[in-house]
Design a binder for this molecule. Structure first.
Ligand SMILES: Cc1ncc(COP(=O)(O)O)c(C=O)c1O
Length: 446
């Protein structure tokens, strides 16, 4: 079949103009900023990215799960322009404006569980994470901050401490603030060598045991968890896991922080991923990425008694809840709400195509994901589950050369992840899966 959307005009990818800018980048940008696909973008529209060499890529990365309804939706663009013609910045803490309140109102209305009614707005996801821990400590006057193995929560000091993966995120940055880890329900690689469902999700019970120990009893302030461990490898826990975790948090007076920065804003077919697991009752929601319509916007939202614990002036920041970002968010959230119904169609088609690949290639150890958040975990041997790191990178590179942008992730660097726009048209989705199939065939040689 011939590609209708992806279009590669240059003999090499990246093309010559991108290579030139790549040299400039080496001179001017710190090498710690890694780049997935060194093609310099000139224009983006819907699910397509056009680079400065005239190549067009289908975007399955969405700027790491941000452009949930595609690039430059008309309503979001219009909202940005309208706001930019009025004012761009005042700082909410100096002279406030209505759109900040409207974003908080919207999040309170759609927040998961019950009673999460007060917010503070920030820019990056990491800021929302940092503040969720600060606020929790202020509220319950306890110190210990917990997170899960395989979790990712950002790159600032506390967010980094809560993040699990050493290389490349944490190595060399110590000492980091003191935090503690508990095991996540990574059933494909169960840390307790158990099998679901006969394990009865014992990994959640272990948290209860840890917090009942003399070391931690009465000392744990918060537990932060991603509904699906995103950077950790799109690890989906069993449906019983989070309802249990949320009950255990309640039992111990621990603030349960739901990190929906990657999984939220309609990505999984519900506004927040934990809504897939009734009985899960977060005390604080942290959101970012997809809520801002491509603008930097994040939020920490929680129960009023928790959110109101810090003193006046104890929360904020110069740019948090920027008016243009708030206008973009309000327009975008509306489109997300009316588009979430489309996610099950995207999911069914992707699951079908990815499962076909799984059947054909033993190197594909597991297909997993929820909604428009799907992944393949690659292993060199399905029995030993040795991570197939080289093949994972090679498939990503082969796909890019054919005009498909996919991302990789995983604690073991062996997961291909895809987060398409939740309104990606069916024919573009089909073409993306065709290119992925060709790339897998090319690398795994069948
Ligand atoms: C689950 C999760 N939390 C927090 C963050 C940090 O967000 P940001 O990069 O906007 O600081 C990320 C970013 O990838 C994320 O996926």
């Amino acid at each position: 079949m011939s590609a209708k959307y992806a279009s590669i005009k240059t003999s090499e990818v990246p093309g010559p103009k991108s290579v030139e800018l790549g040299k400039m980048r080496e001179r001017l940008i710190a090498k710690g900023v890694g780049i997935v696909a060194p093609v310099y973008i000139e224009k983006a529209e819907g699910s397509l990215l056009s680079d400065i060499d005239g190549n067009v890529f289908i975007d399955m990365g969405s700027g790491i799960g941000v452009t949930n309804i595609g690039h430059r939706p008309a309503e979001v663009e219009a909202a940005i322009k309208t706001q930019a013609e009025k004012f761009i910045h005042t700082c909410f803490q100096v002279t406030p404006y209505e759109s900040y309140l409207r974003v908080a109102e919207k999040i309170a209305k759609v927040a998961p569980g019950s009673g999460l009614t007060k917010s503070v707005l920030f820019n990056a996801g990491a800021e929302a994470v940092e503040n969720s821990v600060k606020i929790s400590r202020h509220y319950n006057k306890r110190a210990a901050a917990f997170s899960f193995n395989h979790g990712f929560h950002g790159r600032t000091m506390m967010a980094l401490a809560l993040t699990a993966k050493e290389m490349p995120y944490k190595a060399g940055y110590g000492p980091l603030p003191e935090t503690y880890k508990v095991e996540f329900a990574y059933c494909y690689r169960c840390p307790f060598n158990m099998t679901y469902p006969s394990c009865e999700v014992a990994c959640a019970d272990k948290i209860d045991e840890t917090w009942s120990s003399p070391q931690f009893e009465g000392k744990v302030s918060s537990l932060i968890g991603e509904p699906i461990a995103g950077e950790g490898g799109f690890i989906v826990p069993p449906k019983e896991f989070y309802p249990k975790v949320s009950k255990i948090c309640k039992k111990h007076g621990v603030v349960y922080i739901d990190d929906e920065i990657q999984t939220g804003a309609g990505r999984t077919g519900k506004m927040w991923c934990v809504e897939h697991w009734p009985g899960t009752e977060p005390d604080i929601l942290v959101s970012g990425k997809g809520i801002g319509g491509g603008f930097p916007l994040s939020a920490t939202t929680g129960r009023p008694e928790i959110m109101d614990a810090p003193q006046v002036g104890g929360l904020g920041g110069t740019f948090g809840g920027n008016p243009v970002a708030c206008s973009a968010a309000l327009a975008q959230m509306e489109i997300i709400e009316r588009s979430m119904g489309n996610v099950s169609k995207i999911n069914s088609y992707m699951v079908k195509r990815l499962e076909e690949l799984h059947q054909r290639f033993p190197t594909i150890g597991e297909v997993r994901g929820v909604g428009a958040m799907m992944a393949l975990e690659l292993v060199s041997d399905p029995k030993t589950k040795e991570p197939a790191v080289k093949e994972t990178g090679a498939i990503k590179n082969a796909a890019l050369k054919k005009g498909l942008l996919i991302l990789t992730c995983g604690t073991y660097n062996n997961v291909i992840r895809m987060h398409p726009s939740i309104i990606m048209p069916q024919d573009i989705l089909e073409e993306s899966m065709d290119i992925l199939e060709q790339s897998v065939e090319e690398v795994l040689k069948v």
